[in-house]
Design a binder for this molecule. Sequence first.
Ligand SMILES: Cc1ncc(COP(=O)(O)O)c(C=O)c1O
Length: 384
Amino acid sequence: MLQNKLAQLQQAVTDREGRQLMRQPVTVEHYNGRLITINGQPYLNFSGNDYLGLATAPEVLQAYADGALKFGAGSSGSPLVTGQHAIHRQLTETLSDWLGVERVLLFSSGFAANQAMLHTLAAKDDTLLLDKLSHASLIDGALHSASNMKRFAHNDMSALARLLQQQPQSMVVTEGVFSMDGDSPDLAALHRLCQQHRVPLLLDDAHGLGVKGTEGQGSGPAQGVANNELFCLMANFGKALGVAGAFLGASKTVIDYIEQFGRHYIYSTALSPATCAAVVKSIALCRKQNWRRDKLHSNIQKFRKLAADLPIMVSDTAIQGVVLGSSEQAAKASEQLKGVGIWLTAIRPPTVPVGSARLRITLSSQHSDEDIALLVQQLRRLLS
Ligand SMILES: Cc1ncc(COP(=O)(O)O)c(C=O)c1O
């Protein structure tokens, strides 16, 4: 049995290798947002999610260190035992105030928060309707829940409307900014449709928080839908806020329920207090330093203008995709860019559908005009 199991595992890895789909972590030796050093070699970094450069903001680093000294490195327990410290409270209050949601629960990752949201809230007689390109954490959360799951064509309101006719007891799940395509649904229309059918709308705004909205309150407010009009909002602290962890925000009733029945919340060590202290500081900077968002948006416009003749996907966000097709083509292009000092990861199936392997470019407020010009110049050379 043991040998059979090992042979089965080895076979799966070998198959993946044979299809050029092996993924290996690289070790980053130095990181400052714009530049990363790998194997002693500096690269221009176009592959992270630190959209506003907050992961290395000196004030955030200082808050992390001070937080650890004051509150401890670890929380030492699950939140409902003794894992909740004063700084957790401060972080949830900060989030409620910033985002306009009644109550907030903290999680150690966005993956766990999404799982908790769908697993806990969807009951046996519900149908979860998920966008076709939903993140793996949403798909797994739905699959592990007691409810049925159906997928609707990406950002397609008519397809969703048809499903809602057939499945009146539904909950609709989508993302503010899709992580691999960088596009967004029409949230105002989606919200109206959900209201018409009297069904809850659940939003994963991992890539919208901090970046969208006048103070970075996310994709909903940027499209005229207040966060408190959503049934439940998930966003994480490891993208634009540059730290780690995540939260669910909603009405008191929804959050009270998840607090009592959410297994990913109850049976898991609370977020580190040092992390919470860093996130509180990061939010303060994110809210008031509009120049970070302005710079990011101007970089996005610059990139799109310079690359207008290239086959880039439609997106007005920091995530810009260039679909190449096969995994081999994407891997080769990524290697060629590394050769000229640009770090840009190839995204291959199963992360994206077969035949749509791509280069996923992420822009940040830290890139200069020259960085963007160099990227576009090298992309053009590669694609011509
Ligand atoms: C859309 C989306 N949702 C959820 C997650 C998971 O968040 P975390 O990395 O905090 O676990 C990610 C991150 O990969 C994501 O892109």
